[in-house]
Design a protein around this ligand. Structure first.
Ligand code: ZN
Ligand code: ZN
Length: 338
């Protein structure tokens, strides 16, 4: 099933012709729970990983491990399944009344109580697949010459920058014949939100405009005033869609916009992949694909439901933006949070 983003309620280029030259194409990934195979583009799905190649590990020792008890990957998946079942029961209730009261059943509670907290893992931590994207599904990937597959893994612990550390691999899919079928898993992880629900993706290209924080003061003030007075909406809800995407702009706001040069050569880096748990906000309708709008209404404002298909939540529900150097694929990627 495809996903289609409705048009914005406001025609930004008609009102501000100077935005036309700044428009960028991004690809919303629209992850939805499924059973991806190594041959599929996915979020949290199995990777087309060569059996002969070592699986990536994180050697960092200063992992943040509080205040959440550590748990195994299997227990994290169990907890997510129980939470999804509980939330679905709430969504099926005919009345919106008592929306916040949404308990586990005694049976579910008994299962949850048996989940054992795990000790902090000793030694390197196996990384977890976050994203696998084939060029055929996401033409906007712009891989290095000869590659047609991007694989991103992360260490399921928060590091000093407040995010999981990521590892990036570009491959040629046809060169992988012997696939690693049972990759290692970390013995313990930090919270369920860094174990993505396996999702198939439904890529859709959309047009983005820069965050107001990347524009001059005069333009920024005009844009923000116009959006609020004409449409009762903030410009940041018009310029850039939320959720997982490839390319496009950074929706600054947690901090002011700042330069992010390549650590090797100083060239300004470009956003490659944005990982974000919330695919849309309940009442910002123009970012909710037509195909999901009925489902969104069934859930109501207090619950994530279909708006958080990956069940990811980076730090305080921010976006993790992986950036690469346009000058060379050999230069290390960087990441920021917004
Ligand atoms: Zn780590
Ligand atoms: Zn560089």
């Amino acid at each position: 099933m495809t996903r289609t983003t409705p048009p914005r309620p406001a025609d930004l280029e008609a009102a501000f012709p100077e935005l036309a030259s700044l428009a960028r194409t991004a690809t919303r990934l629209h992850p939805r729970p499924g059973i991806p195979s190594p041959q599929d583009s996915s979020i949290g799905g199995p990777l087309l990983w060569p059996a002969s190649e070592p699986w990536p590990h994180c050697g960092e020792v200063a992992h943040h491990t509080s205040p959440i008890p550590l748990m195994s990957v299997a227990d994290a998946r169990l907890r997510q399944r129980l939470a999804a079942a509980r939330d679905s029961r709430a969504a099926a209730r005919p009345s919106r009344e008592g929306w916040g009261y949404n308990p586990y059943t005694p049976e579910e509670r008994a299962i949850l109580e048996q989940i054992q907290a795990q000790d902090k893992p000793e030694g390197p931590v196996s990384m977890l697949p976050v994203a696998q994207l084939y060029l055929r599904d996401v033409p906007g990937l712009r891989p290095p010459e000869g590659s047609d597959l991007l694989q991103v893994l992360w260490c399921p612990f928060e590091h000093d920058d407040g995010m999981p550390t990521t590892a990036l691999f570009w491959r040629t899919a046809a060169a992988v014949s012997d696939i690693l079928l049972a990759p290692p898993e970390p013995a313990a992880i930090y919270g369920v939100f860094y174990v993505p629900e396996p999702c198939l993706v439904h890529p859709e290209e959309v047009i983005e405009y820069p965050s107001a924080l990347e524009l001059g003061k005069e333009m920024r003030e005009r844009l923000e005033r116009w959006a609020v007075t004409e449409f009762g909406i903030e410009y940041l809800d018009l310029c850039i869609p939320p959720g997982c995407k490839v390319g496009g702009y950074i929706n600054w706001g947690m901090t002011d916009a700042y330069p992010t040069p390549c650590p090797t050569c100083g060239t300004p880096t470009e956003p490659l992949l944005t990982i974000s748990g919330k695919e849309w906000y309940f009442d910002v309708h123009h970012w909710i694909p037509y195909e999901d709008q009925a489902d969104n209404l069934a859930w109501g404002p207090g619950q994530d439901g279909p708006a958080r298909p990956t069940r990811i939540c980076v730090s305080d529900d921010n976006a993790q933006i992986i950036q690469i150097c346009p000058a060379s694929p050999e230069h290390p990627h960087t990441q920021i949070m917004q």
